[in-house]
Write a protein that binds this ligand. Structure first.
Ligand code: PEP
Ligand code: MG
Length: 315
């Protein structure tokens, strides 16, 4: 099965009733983009850009960033999209050149877009570098840890400003859905964004109030919890009502039990570790959209993640 999946890695992931899902790779370093393409990725669905910022003692300058991002664009070619998440550090992931006051609850503190917006010049340089590296190639910019549309507008204004003097022809701007408020308010965000990408790792952590790295509790932080599934459904429904697309880039996207549920909830793109791309594509090809929708609706009605897992196990 693994070999069969690998051999078909360059083929589309289309369900038996003809519904295509885009399957992309998550990357923590642009040096791995070529390998992701070789493994069948149809694009990069999440570039964790932190690596550029962690690798240097000072904030990386424009040229350094252009050269890093260009490496990924060159590997992807002219048609495969690159979804770049802007810098997502803070609290638990400190940078030497960007001291953050000691916080009692770093996961609830200055992180993600909240932190980035305190130094808009750094965010602006990053966005400029992404746009310059992209040129006419498909770039999707997304902001992490957004809690509402006001934060999105503040970050998007920087993109709009930079686009006045940098030519890039194929750009979309979206938000990561990682905080429950954003899923609940998705109808107010959808008209303003080009896409949503659901970060199920953080969305699960914040929905269930379980630290994703907690030694005893993290196994309970299951993205198949029906509360998380309901937030995913709200997000997809709001996006589709406005003609926007939705990806999932958290760990849940590569969970074999979760794939039919996510397809059934209407997710358009799954972004997974490069080594999982072929397997996720082959999982999608086993499904029908019609049955997946029925399945998703059944899972939404269950009370716990254990009930969901047991029901999926029994299929
Ligand atoms: C997520 O939160 O699901 C996500 C994809 O972002 P990260 O794991 O980098 O926080
Ligand atoms: Mg996250």
């Amino acid at each position: 099965r693994v070999k069969e999946a690998f051999d078909a890695r360059f083929e589309d992931a289309t369900t038996q009733d003809g519904h295509r899902i885009e399957v992309c790779a998550n990357l923590g370093n642009t040096a791995h983009a070529a390998d992701a393409v070789e493994r069948g990725a149809e694009g990069v669905g999440l570039l964790r850009t932190e690596f550029v910022f962690m690798a240097h003692p000072d904030a990386p300058d424009l040229e350094t960033q252009i050269s890093e991002y260009s490496e990924a664009f060159d590997a992807l070619g002219t048609t495969r999209p690159l979804v770049a998440r802007t810098l997502d550090v803070g609290g638990d992931k400190p940078l030497d050149y960007w001291p953050v006051p000691q916080e009692d609850n770093p996961f609830l503190g200055l992180r993600g877009i909240r932190l980035a917006l305190t130094k808009p010049d750094i965010l602006e340089t990053q966005i400029r570098a992404l746009l310059m590296a992209a040129g006419d190639r498909p770039l999707r910019i997304m902001f992490p840890m957004v809690k509402d549309v006001a934060e999105f507008h503040a970050a998007k204004a920087i993109v709009d400003r930079v686009r006045e003097d940098v030519q890039a022809s194929d750009v979309q701007v979206g938000v990561m859905i990682e905080i429950p408020s954003c899923a609940l308010l998705a109808p107010s965000l959808a008209p303003h964004v080009d896409f949503f990408s659901i970060g199920t790792n953080d969305l699960t952590q914040y929905t269930l109030a379980i630290d994703r790295g907690h030694s005893q509790l993290s196994s309970q932080a299951d993205g198949l919890h029906p509360a998380v599934l309901r937030l995913i459904k709200m997000t997809v429904d709001a996006a589709h009502a406005e003609g926007r697309w939705v990806g999932v880039c958290g760990e849940l996207a590569s969970d074999a039990q979760a794939v039919p549920v996510l397809v059934g909830l209407g997710v358009d793109e799954l972004s997974v570790a490069a080594r999982q791309v072929a397997l996720v594509k082959s999982r999608v090809r086993e499904l029908t959209l019609a049955d997946s929708k029925t399945l998703a609706n059944q899972m939404l009605a269950l009370p716990t993640s254990t009930a969901v897992r047991d029901a999926l196990e029994a299929l």
